[in-house]
Design a protein around this ligand. Structure first.
Ligand code: NI
Length: 154
């Protein structure tokens, strides 16, 4: 990639000619951490107050990282609006203001930890990146201190 006028101030090179780009969305949802196969006391032992029967809420952030070459005509790896559109239709509209234990088809029978969310979101998002733009990582933040990233399989 060689664009004389292009100064990559907000992009970082991972390998020659490649750039990574991150963007994110936020949504609000409730959940409880609960394994149906365990007793209440076992759930409390493992998940603590996160297993409270009536659940609790988070303001989640979902960040995606993609990599690719810069299109010399646009100066971009991908239009951020295109990523946001995918995040909105495949994540936000399905989970915002929902109960993650009860309302979400792709989480049925699963414990909605940040790890499981990152993995399930990856599976939903990965088919929508193509034309030289590759999904590198999906990060789920329940809070600033609780951050999980899934990077797919090599
Ligand atoms: Ni929680």
């Amino acid at each position: 990639m060689s664009i004389p006028w292009f100064t990559p101030t907000h992009l970082s090179a991972t390998e020659p000619g490649m750039f990574t780009l991150k963007t994110s969305i936020t949504f609000a949802a409730s959940h409880k951490l609960w394994n149906e196969n365990w007793s209440q006391s076992k759930n409390f032992e493992v998940y603590g107050k996160c297993s409270n029967p009536n659940g609790h809420g988070h303001n989640y952030t979902v960040a995606v990282k993609v990599k690719g070459d810069v299109n010399p005509n646009t100066g971009m790896v991908i239009n951020l609006d295109d990523i946001k559109r995918v995040l909105k239709s495949h994540i936000y509209e399905r989970v915002d203001h929902k109960n993650l234990n009860l309302d979400i088809d792709f989480l049925k029978g699963k414990v909605p930890t940040a790890e499981i969310l990152a993995f399930e979101f990856w599976k939903l998002l990965v088919p929508h990146f193509c034309n030289g733009v590759e999904l590198c990582a999906v990060t789920v933040m329940e809070s600033e201190k609780n951050v999980v990233t899934y990077k797919g399989e090599d």
